[in-house]
Design a protein around this ligand. Structure first.
Ligand code: ECB
Length: 135
């Protein structure tokens, strides 16, 4: 049974968000703001339903899913695209594949050294974020 991802997490590092945002076609203006802000991740689980909230002073993005069940995702406030998304456990990693206009799009969350790790990928770009638990 993987370690629970649930809780509130504050960003401590953020590598190549710029490349990831360029791959998604985000405007220069929005990228400049997005790079300056710290994100908070809030992950909740009720039964087999997860809610993942990415919160910031600039924009918020919330979505929910059931593991192993494909769902329609609309990345409102991000790149505003529709994806067919599927989240599944791969070992200790919660892995999402986001099928849509953008190739090789998805993310993975896992816990390592008491930190929440997130790898976001799109086309040939990988963004790596690490979060520490909010106490
Ligand atoms: C919600 C805070 C986003 C602030 C940036 C706003 C605009 C930039 C537009 C698009 C850039 C794409 C992503 C920004 C980086 C992180 C936001 C959420 C990343 C994500 O999809 O996380 C997953 C896994 O936790 C949940 O969707």
């Amino acid at each position: 049974m993987p370690v629970s991802l649930c809780g509130s997490w504050d960003m401590v590092s953020n590598v190549n968000l710029e490349g990831y945002m360029i791959a998604l076609g985000i405007s220069l203006y929005t990228r400049k703001i997005a790079l300056k802000i710290k994100h908070r991740k809030v992950i909740e689980q009720v039964g087999d339903q997860y809610v993942v909230k990415t919160l910031s002073t600039f924009r918020n993005y919330t979505f929910s899913f059931r593991v192993n069940e494909e769902f329609q995702e609309f990345t409102k406030g991000l790149d505003e695209r529709h994806c067919k998304s599927l989240v599944a456990w791969e070992g200790n990693k919660l892995v999402c594949v986001q099928k849509g206009e953008k190739k090789n799009r998805g993310w993975a969350h896992w816990i390592e050294d008491d930190k929440l790790h997130l790898e976001l990928h799109c086309e040939d770009q990988v963004c790596k974020q690490v979060f520490k638990r909010v106490v």
